[in-house]
Design a protein around this ligand. Structure first.
Ligand SMILES: Cc1cc2nc3c(=O)[nH]c(=O)nc-3n(C[C@H](O)[C@H](O)[C@H](O)COP(=O)(O)O)c2cc1C
Length: 409
């Protein structure tokens, strides 16, 4: 297992996880990576570790470079177990003279491990660790992704080791952005942002502003998941600027579940109505669509239309799951509507509408309901609802919903 030199004497020493499919509720059907980095200088620093089952991958790569006991420092940029799960084994093996982490990192470390004899030194934004030719400048990145999160910047290499920021859950044999398809890379980065970071958008916008003010020169961003941005780090920085402002595009989503296809027929009529305005529409049937795919589309959609039949005086369970998940991720500035078929009481569309209101999302129409199976006439209100949504999206004069256009500087 070979390390990969990413900059002069700085190496990727992480692990590729081809098998993971679920990451705290996020469907990682393309696997992931746990990136750790080693800076070899007069002093040697290891940045983060890997998920516990991948400890041997890290050890093999380190042995390829040096005797791991000669590593001087361990930098812990984030304490979530995908990066710190093998911390205990790593510390026992390399016996670092110092472990650098943020104040909150030290607290989380104490929560996970017995740290009494660990040589922890807490650092904050502006603190610098000299390695020889290289220096490590610490930058707290609170809530990107946990309170402890921190970036490590090496100015001599214009390298930002960004931990969870700018990552993607994507297992590949390639390590760099220019070695993979850019459209897929940006889609994976968007999925990661939508499902993991969207709720912290206001903090991320501030952090990006601060990085801009600090005038950091960056020609490589090395995250702790996925591909390293060496060809065009500006592309992902600009995408984060757009995403953190939750800028919508001219896109509507029709998200629905159905038992006997009546609600699906309503969804199709709504879809037709939206298309009348030339707005892009994405149909998402929850029978075959994971919540994390829905959130990826929510990221840049202006209109969200949710439909469920009524089951036992409520909505279908997968709709409840998506709404619960979306509530936590806090999307903003959307227009919404709801619909659904029913038999006798028909609560589901009203319940969905109530939840959307609680999320401070704007409802632009009353729930549309059809009793039992719809026909041409009873679908008319659905087409009209679609037209109303399409017209509202078109009137907002938004950029077209093409992720490539949305993300390319
Ligand atoms: C197990 C079950 C429970 C149901 N419970 C309710 C209910 O509480 N209230 C109601 O109005 N309709 C209820 N219905 C009727 C459905 O909402 C109705 O059949 C609807 O047209 C189904 O829409 P779909 O074809 O999109 O699945 C129930 C149906 C089933 C199969």
């Amino acid at each position: 297992m070979k390390p990969v030199e990413i900059k002069d004497s700085i190496y990727w020493v992480g692990a590729v996880d081809w098998n993971i499919r679920d990451f705290h509720g996020y469907s990682t059907y393309k696997g992931s990576t746990y990136n750790a980095y080693l800076a070899k200088d007069e002093k040697v620093a290891l940045f983060d570790t890997v998920k516990k089952p991948f400890y041997l991958d890290l050890v093999h790569r380190l042995h390829n470079l040096m005797d791991p006991t000669e590593i001087d420092y361990l930098v812990v940029n984030h304490m979530e177990p995908d990066h710190s799960g093998s911390l205990k084994e790593t510390i026992e093996a390399i016996k670092p003279s110092k472990i650098y982490t943020s104040v909150m990192g030290a607290k989380s470390m104490a929560g996970y491990y017995k740290i009494d004899n660990w040589p922890i030194e807490t650092v904050k934004t502006g603190d610098v660790l000299n390695l020889g030719k290289h220096s490590v400048h610490f930058l707290e990145a609170r809530m990107v992704h946990w309170p402890d999160s921190m970036f490590s910047y090496i100015p001599e290499e214009k390298l930002l080791i960004s931990n969870d920021g700018f990552g993607q859950h994507w297992a590949t044999s390639e390590r760099f952005d220019d070695e993979v398809d850019n459209g897929e890379l940006m889609r994976q980065a968007a999925k990661y942002y939508a499902n993991i970071l969207m709720l912290y958008s206001p903090l991320i916008a501030k952090l990006l502003e601060k990085v801009g003010e600090m005038g950091l020169e960056i020609d490589m961003i090395a995250p702790d998941h996925g591909l390293i941005w060496r060809n065009n780090p500006g592309q992902i920085i600009q995408a984060y600027q757009t995403w953190s402002q939750q800028k919508a595009t001219a896109k509507a989503l029709v998200v629905y579940d159905t038992m006997w296809h009546s609600t699906e027929a309503m969804a199709k009529a709504i879809y037709d109505g939206i298309l009348d305005s030339g707005v892009s529409v994405q149909m998402m049937n929850l029978c075959n669509t994971h919540r994390s795919e829905v959130m990826t589309e929510v990221l840049d959609a202006k209109a969200l239309v949710f439909g469920s039949p009524t089951l036992n005086n409520g909505m279908l369970p997968r709709m409840a799951d998506v709404l619960h998940y979306m509530r936590g991720l806090k999307p903003t500035d959307k227009i919404c509507a709801t619909f659904g078929s029913y038999g006798w009481s028909g609560e589901a569309p009203k319940m969905i509408a109530a939840q959307l209101q609680e999320m401070n999302l704007e409802l632009i129409a009353d729930p549309v309901r059809v009793q039992w199976a719809p026909n041409h006439d009873s679908l008319k209100p659905c087409r009209e609802l679609g037209q109303k949504i399409g017209q509202a999206v078109a009137a907002a004069n938004l950029p077209p919903s093409c992720r490539a256009i949305h993300c390319t500087p």
